[in-house]
Design a protein around this ligand. Sequence first.
Ligand code: PFF
Length: 440
Amino acid sequence: MTAARAQWGSRLGFILAAAGSAIGLGAIWKFPYIAGNNGGGAFLLLYIFFSLTIGLTVMLAELALGRAAKLGPVGAFRKLVGSKWALFGYMGVLTGFLIMTFYSVVGGWTLGYLVKAVSGELTGLSREGLNQVFGSFISDPWKPVWYHGLFLLLNMAVVLGGVKSGIEAICKYLMPGLFILMIGLIIRALMLPGAMDGVAFFLLPDFSKVTISTVVEALGFAFFSLSLGMGAMITYGSYLDDQAKLVSSALWVIGLQVACALLAGLMVLPVVFAFGFDPAAGPGLSFITLPAIFDHLPAGQWLGALFFALLLVAALTSSISLIEVVASYFIDEHGMERRKITLAVCLVMFVAGIAPSLSFGLWQDVKPFGRTIFDLLDYLTSNVMLPLGGIAVSICLGWIAWPILARQLPHESPWFMTAIRLGCRWFAPLAIGGVLLKGI
Ligand code: PFF
């Protein structure tokens, strides 16, 4: 406990690590299918709006709280806001744990698809063939569970490397590679006949499709994709040095994440329309459609393998932040040793993740509250727990601990500070609360 707190190596390192936490399966796996389910363009606009308003407010609040306290969510709320508020820190740790149980399942699918791409199993398949390969893979009782375990082992290897050498190093080199490859895939996708229908579906908003559930989904996705509402940014902020400017860092992270979601939509949805896939196909959408485009590229098999390898890295840089929130709670609050607690947390996550993994096969009919276990975990965390965490942190900093936030933003103009204060006090809590209540 007496050792100096670890710090990021540079501001760029921090931005890449925080963007690494944000950018992951959310943008590439989740975004195309929820945009597909929610009418495309209108969903995109709502998502961008929420990211730049509520998202920016909550991100600043989280980074400021973490940097001021130099502790993870439980300790930061307790130290700077009051011991009762630590409850929201605990909720964050629990949310991180619950998200990881299903996130790691999809991380495992990515690993499985990397293996399939390398072995050539995805080449030369028809639309039905691709649907079938995905369906039989995720419904298998063993394979996805095995890959979920393997994904957790990879996570453990990175987290055990510590803050700087592990998390930062992996983000710095591989995230830019992912962006470049996505741009290449988009260019090829746009040349397919019929692709422009997908572009129109994605970019032209049709507001007649907007319902309250679209709004709830867009808000929940903004929280999920920016890693907000559960203390990941509090934890990452706690490793940030006191000189780094929070606003520009936060804007970089949000900008990169929104850009990545945009690229993912432009990569997947044109292929969906060009090949006649169903845009509302659900969680498998990216896994089913992407191999179709690899087939139209020279050395497609290897480009496909490279893509899934980079997606795996993007997933890892997000999941390590989920594990880090849980592990650093035990390290900071109970003085436990990083190595031991990381092993224990991953083991429990493995066991807990078996249920969502089986949701696509053996347990597909187990539906508490009308949803499969996988869907229920996703809905509950993204659309309820993360927004609630967002309300808590913005109320804390807007009403109770405003001087802390003000001190962490010494260079901002008075109008910006007023806007952020109003955002924390009124706009974020009321807008999130209103959407949640309406959604229920
Ligand atoms: N933002 C990650 C993604 O979009 O893939 C998921 C995530 C990571 C959510 C970390 C929450 C979190 F704290």
